[in-house]
Design a protein around this ligand. Sequence first.
Ligand code: ATP
Length: 237
Amino acid sequence: DAAPLVLSVERLRKTYGDTAAVEDVSFAVRRHELVGLLGPNGAGKTTTINMVLGVLEPSAGSIAIDGIDLARDRARALARTNFAAVYAPLPGNLTVLQNLRFFGRIYAVDALESRIERLLERFRIAQFRHTKCGLLSSGEQTRVSLAKALLNDPTLLLLDEPTASLDPATAQDLREAIRAIARETNGGILWTSHNMYEVEEVCDRVLFLSHGRILLEGDPRELPAQHGAASLEELFI
Ligand code: ATP
């Protein structure tokens, strides 16, 4: 447990008028760790992720990425972050290569062309380099999104339902790629999912969010027995 914290969230809160989307959320992600953020629709997962991405301003609380306070040193903190999400597809009229070059320039990536080549190989999308992203299948687009998300070698990688809408074999393939990323890079990963099977298989730790609060936290393979349930599904539904 001595690995450094890549994300530290303390007493995070987001309110809209009288309603709190995120009530009082504290957790951390360590280097090489793959943490699952679970919870029913409306629990506050996307709101939490959007605050970590700097898209939403917290009503209270603090966020530190790689030890850098997001509110105090926003540009430096966000430079160490990246994300892939099903709701944020890449521009469909640009080819895979054009997309990766476009984002690579935004992130000011060093030796961009060789980095792109490695990522194309790694995610087995080199054959699509001149294909417009809009023409790729969901699984292929997700692999391009992951390549884009790794362009700046992020310390913190946020994945919002990366395997949603994928067939079982493609989802399995992607889970293995994501596990490998957690092991090989210097970062940690926070991902949201509704799939208990994959969470159990892949995550080192899970956070279960409900009504803007963390209700349970722990190893997904141990949590059910600790709470007298037969499975994660039984525990969370
Ligand atoms: P899902 O699994 O459906 O994506 P989620 O856990 O990501 O759900 P959030 O999108 O974070 O949930 O929403 C948390 C709560 O905050 C919901 O009740 C939602 O209606 C509310 N909410 C989110 N954004 C706003 C907003 N801009 N104004 C008012 N309420 C909002």
